[in-house]
Design a protein. Structure first.
Length: 289
């Protein structure tokens, strides 16, 4: 048996690597301390929680969720996402957008900042228990109560949220297309925060994860935009506004390949806070035509 893993990334390393410099290192802004850390780190040193996906079964810690599920999801999604990071936009087919949406949903449901969203959904959910042999429903409130409060069962159900959400979205997807496009920048400008998806507003249900307008960087030079209105242009100033808004919604950590860009983004974020203009700049970014 392989040794138990403890460092569980809620933002996958294959994605983090796209924001590192030529030495595969990152500058890191500690938002809690309001300080860019001395030195740099690789993708293995950021965006993880110790034992986040560990299961304690019979008093023994087990990392099967990390090794048999999330690692395999990362391997598959890294292959699917590669084309979005290297191919010209015109060579990417419309049907490939489903890979972006699957990637986005995976990021959303693995993120600790959405733990409370899952807890709220969990408390409103119901559990039906079936007899393994007969398939008949077992009406036992004590078993239902046990499963609702069992940490192992909760983690197992949380691990299914990506596929559950994707299936629900496909079932309830509204007709009518969106303007999905890739924005390329000449230099390494986009930062990566611990909550990297910028929605026009906070999603209120699963379907809104893809029906809302959103921006998500694919790497430090490339952004994916999904909008109901055509995007005419997106320039350096817009990229810096995105960075400032990402710093605002991140909890503790923001990374960049470029220390100067990171420093300027922090200053712009603080300027927005001082002038109480976060909401107006967010609205303005999504109202560009």
């Amino acid at each position: 048996m392989s040794p138990k893993s403890s460092k569980h990334h809620f933002i996958p390393q294959y994605y983090i690597n796209g924001f590192s410099d030529s030495y595969n290192l990152l500058y890191i802004y500690d938002k809690t301390r309001d300080k860019i850390k001395n030195g740099q780190k690789g993708s293995g040193g950021v965006f993880f929680e110790l034992d986040r996906n560990t299961l304690n079964i019979d008093n023994t810690d087990n990392s099967i969720l990390e090794e048999e599920l999330f690692s395999k999801i990362d391997d598959e999604l890294s292959k699917r996402m590669r084309k979005f990071c290297v191919l010209p936009f015109q060579d990417i087919k419309d049907k490939d957008s489903s890979d972006i949406f699957l990637f986005l949903i995976d990021l959303f449901w693995r993120n600790p900042l959405n733990d409370e969203t899952f807890r709220e959904m969990w408390t409103r959910s119901s559990i039906t228990i079936h007899d393994r042999k007969s398939g008949e429903i077992i009406n036992d409130p004590s078993q239902v109560a046990f499963l609702m409060n069992d940490p192992i069962h909760k983690k197992m159900e949380r691990s299914k949220m990506t596929l559950t959400a994707f299936e629900e979205i496909l079932k309830n997807k509204k007709k009518g297309g969106k303007d999905n496009r890739i924005i390329d920048m000449k230099n390494e400008i986009f930062v990566l925060g611990d909550y990297p998806i910028l929605f026009e507003k906070n999603p209120e249900n699963q379907t809104e994860l893809i029906t809302l307008d959103f921006l998500i960087p694919l790497n430090s030079k490339r952004m994916f935009s999904s909008r109901t209105e055509d995007l005419v242009f997106f320039d350096y100033d817009d990229a810096m506004i995105y960075n400032a808004l990402i710093i605002n919604q991140s909890q503790t950590t923001i990374c960049s390949a470029n220390k100067q860009v990171l420093d300027e983004s922090i200053k712009l974020y603080k300027h927005f806070i001082e002038n109480d203009s976060i909401a107006s700049y967010r609205k303005g970014l999504f109202n560009k035509h």
